[in-house]
Design a protein around this ligand. Structure first.
Ligand SMILES: *Cc1c(COP(=O)(O)O)cnc(C)c1O
Length: 432
């Protein structure tokens, strides 16, 4: 955004009055506000837990009804037979992350999928045994890679290489990431980074870093927890080896919902690549023959283990239909407008030194989330935003507030309320 953003509330309302097919607010249930002048929350925590689509309840009930009506025969006789239920999720999930359908499977939870993929794609040798992550990676990712390193007999203290921003900076520069890979070219086995970092909201240059990882002979995987449903992705074309993501953040599929996994086509059907296996790793055509040795299909399903939790799959299917209806490009366009507007409202507070926006300003380097360093206790501030203003953001100790206008259901007025409430709490005055 250029120039000064019009900070009047009327302006926000006028922006919302213009029709935008990527706004699907009416398709969502917005929680009531705990305080403030408006009945509903300004919900800016969709990066943490997305809101419930209106359609989800009925779809979930239909799956419960099938269980009631068919018992075990639901595997074959339900309207959406359970045996192939996950097939309905494959194509929309593939479109969402820019994959071929056979490269994706919806299964398990995010961290479990990271483990299953690391089991195949982290193949350390005595020399090439390092894994690269961000120094401020989500804890689960740190623990996952450390445990894999230890499991293969290496020392996590030396084998996990953590990327740090330059002194005085909060986010990584692509050239520095690539330089680090080059500096340790012979010892890096795997690069596994967050596509959009959970803390800073920075979007990494996935194609450039993937190519740089391949140039040094490493495998490259992405944790897309904060990227899936947030930014357009082209995992197949970018030649990414593997990726995993959860569906309860931008993908609005409910707390702890079933996650996704991607394996690039060129690895599918490669029997030299070891995998952890279960009865869902084998060809569905012969699954019930209970053979002693699996016959894995040449799809990402070869990485699945168990029969899927049907009652948890419906919400994912419902949500993916919504993303399909809108399309990631239209959603991204709306997202950039909302986030740019929010940044414009916060800029004067940043210029006055009251807060600092940690997320990069460049449109190619951020998604829907702005991470704001507030200089006060973030947990306490986040509580006050909710109880005094009905603004739901989320805090990361000690002093970061994350504000994410998820474009499917957030409005310009939500952004205005968030900026106004932050200003009220930090300066005692509103923004207009
Ligand atoms: C949200 C998130 C997780 C959470 O892991 P689960 O296995 O879904 O509990 C892990 N990693 C990142 C980067 C996340 O953002």
């Amino acid at each position: 955004m250029s120039g000064v953003t019009d900070a009047r509330e009327d302006h926000a309302l006028a922006l919302d009055a213009a029709p935008d097919p990527a706004s699907r607010r009416d398709d969502f249930l917005i929680p009531p506000a705990l305080g403030g002048a408006f009945p509903l929350t300004a919900y800016l925590a969709g990066n943490s837990l997305g809101l419930q689509p209106r359609a989800t309840r009925a779809e979930l009930m239909a799956d419960l009804d099938a269980w009631e009506q068919y018992g075990v025969h639901g595997h074959s006789d339900a309207d959406r037979p359970w045996f192939g239920y996950h097939e309905a999720l494959r194509e929309p999930a593939a479109r969402l992350v820019g994959a071929r359908p056979r490269e994706v499977v919806m299964m398990n939870s995010l961290t479990v999928n990271l483990h299953l993929l690391l089991a195949s794609f982290y193949r350390p040798t005595a020399i090439r045994h390092r894994i690269v992550i961000e120094d401020y990676a989500f804890s689960s990712d740190s623990y996952a890679v450390r445990s894999h390193v230890a499991l293969r007999g290496h020392d996590p203290e030396t084998a996990v290489l953590r990327l740090r921003p330059r002194a005085g900076e909060d986010t990584l520069r692509t050239e520095d990431v690539i330089a680090t890979l080059d500096d340790h070219a012979h010892s890096i086995a795997t690069v596994m980074l967050g596509g959009v970092n959970y803390l800073t909201g920075e979007l990494l240059d996935l194609p450039a870093i993937t190519a740089a990882g391949h140039d040094i002979g490493a495998t490259v995987g992405w944790d897309l927890a904060h990227a899936a449903g947030n930014v357009p992705l082209a995992l197949h074309d970018w030649d990414v080896d593997f990726a995993a993501w959860c569906t309860y953040k931008y993908l609005n599929s409910g707390p702890g919902a079933v996650a996704g996994a991607f394996v690039h086509e060129r690895h599918l059907g490669n029997h030299a690549l070891p995998r952890l296996e279960g009865w869902w790793s084998t060809d569905p055509a012969t699954r019930f023959e209970m053979r002693p040795v699996s016959e894995p299909p040449a799809t990402a399903d070869a990485w699945s283990l168990s029969n899927p939790p049907i009652l948890a799959m419906g919400p994912v299917r419902t949500s993916l239909e919504l993303f399909d209806a809108v399309g990631m490009d239209a959603l991204r366009a709306r997202s950039l407008r909302l986030t740019g507007y929010l940044r414009g409202l916060l800029d004067p507070l940043a210029e006055a030194g009251i807060l600092a926006i940690v997320t990069p300003a460049d449109e190619g380097r951020h998604g829907a989330q702005l991470s704001v360093r507030v200089g006060v206790d973030a947990t306490d501030l986040s509580d006050r935003l909710s109880t005094n203003w009905g603004v739901v953001a989320d805090d990361r100790r000690p002093d970061i507030i994350r504000v994410a206008p998820a474009p499917l259901y957030c409005t310009f007025h939500d952004c205005w309320r968030a900026a106004d409430a932050l200003s009220q709490e930090l300066t005692g005055e509103g923004i207009s």
